[in-house]
Design a binder for this molecule. Structure first.
Ligand code: DOR
Ligand code: ZN
Ligand code: ZN
Length: 401
């Protein structure tokens, strides 16, 4: 099969540090297979599958299962994220070393969905992770400030009668963890930065030489809380959609490197968990199949990033942060590559029915977006082409065609 790449952009395969795949436990909303298909269609060759499954991925039985199932499906490298504490946001550290030493070789740990809240537990977790050479990714949310909160605390939420989630709930944990990382001499990664204040704290911490990195989601780069008007729970997410000034600060931070990368926080939810009252709906939205287009729309078209920059924030930086050694480095001649081909001029209209994800909770329904993934290659093997997944060999031991 020959692919004519004239007029298209060839980039290293995208790496998503933050994906919720719901297997094991909620296979009615996403499986490793359906999520892998969504990832390949979105141009990804590696995804990090968050630990808030059921059972929680706080032990090597679960992390190795996720890794093996991903390999069987063979569309994308599914790297399990291990939990930091037993059962998420617990008082006991999970055995990160055992998960790191398992078949999956877990290198990223997070209680995402929940915040590692206790400062002493976080401090010990950072020291432990540092001794193992692995990284902790923090869902920065001070839970005492978000009890009952369903939307960004601001004029829109007040007017609509929605309980507010203040910026300080995020920023206080980001600042605290920067200081804990400094004292522990450890690295820390901040999940889904969502406020202008978080950007300022990151800037300060990086200037101090603290080993802190951060991601921003496509939805926080595009959407703001003016969306709440309709009370449509598709716009409910943690952290919440913020204000236009936060969106502008996040775009600038991604452009200047204060925020290191884009991560989707792909969060599939069943129709019945999203169609109820706003306050009762689950937080989260789909992201894998639309991420590149949102980055083109918010960063490339306005001139904030060139295509070299897209490769940096979608592939090279996340690969470096997670310690992937097979992504974003120069290849030897003849070595099978992870690649994505993008048509920069193509536009497409999002139809949830057409998405590969089992769940349909996209906030971009009926929007026409720029930039389309036309082909994805995992170690030289075509995994997606013009909107169709190539189910193939299964085994992915350096397969090429
Ligand atoms: O919106 C969110 N959804 N934020 C989280 O932290 C968890 C995630 C989920 O698992 O649905
Ligand atoms: Zn989170
Ligand atoms: Zn998440």
């Amino acid at each position: 099969e020959t692919i004519d790449g004239a007029g298209q952009i060839l980039l290293p395969g995208f790496v998503d540090l933050h994906t919720h795949l719901r297997e094991p436990g909620r296979e009615d909303t996403e499986t490793i297979e359906s999520g892998s298909a969504a990832a390949a269609l979105g141009g990804y060759t590696a995804v990090f599958a968050m630990a808030n499954t059921s059972p929680v991925a706080d032990n090597p039985v679960v992390t190795d299962h996720v890794w093996r199932r991903g390999r069987e499906v063979g569309l994308v490298d599914v790297h399990p994220v291990g939990a930091v504490t037993v059962g998420l946001a617990g008082k006991q550290l999970a055995e990160m070393g055992t998960m790191a030493a398992g078949e999956a070789g877990v290198r990223l740990f997070s209680d995402d969905g929940r915040c590692v809240h206790d400062p002493l537990i976080m401090r010990r977790a950072l020291e432990y992770a540092n001794s193992l050479g692995v990284l902790i990714a923090q869902h920065a949310e001070e839970p005492r400030l978000t009890e009952g909160a369903v939307a960004h605390e601001g004029p829109n939420a007040s007017r609509l009668g929605l309980a507010g989630w203040p910026r300080a709930a995020e920023e206080s944990i980001v600042a605290r963890d920067a200081l804990l990382a400094r004292d522990a001499g450890a690295r820390v990664h901040i999940c889904h930065a969502s406020t202008a204040g978080t950007v300022e704290i990151l800037k300060w911490a990086k200037a101090q030489g603290i080993s802190i990195t951060a991601e921003v989601t496509p939805h926080h780069l595009l959407l703001d809380d003016s969306r709440l008007e309709t009370y449509d729970a598709v716009n409910k997410v943690n952290p919440p959609l913020r204000e236009a000034a936060d969106v502008a600060a996040l775009r600038q931070a991604l452009a200047d490197g204060t925020v290191d990368c884009v991560a989707t926080d792909h969060a599939p939810h069943a129709e019945q968990d999203k169609c109820c009252e706003f306050a009762a709906a689950r937080p989260g939205m789909l992201g894998l199949e639309t991420a590149l287009s949102i980055v083109v729309d918010t960063m490339v078209r306005p001139g904030l990033l060139d295509w070299r920059g897209v490769a940096r924030v979608m592939s090279e930086n996340p690969a470096r942060i997670a310690g992937l050694d097979d992504q974003g480095r120069p290849l030897a001649v003849g070595e099978p590559a992870n690649l994505v081909l993008v048509d920069p001029e193509a536009e497409w209209t999002v139809r949830s029915a057409d998405l590969a994800s089992i769940s349909k909770n996209t906030p971009y329904e009926a929007m026409t977006l720029p930039g389309r993934v036309t082909a994805t290659f995992l170690r030289g093997r075509l995994t997606a082409r013009d909107g169709s997944v190539r189910i193939g060999t299964g085994a992915r031991t350096g397969g090429q065609s």
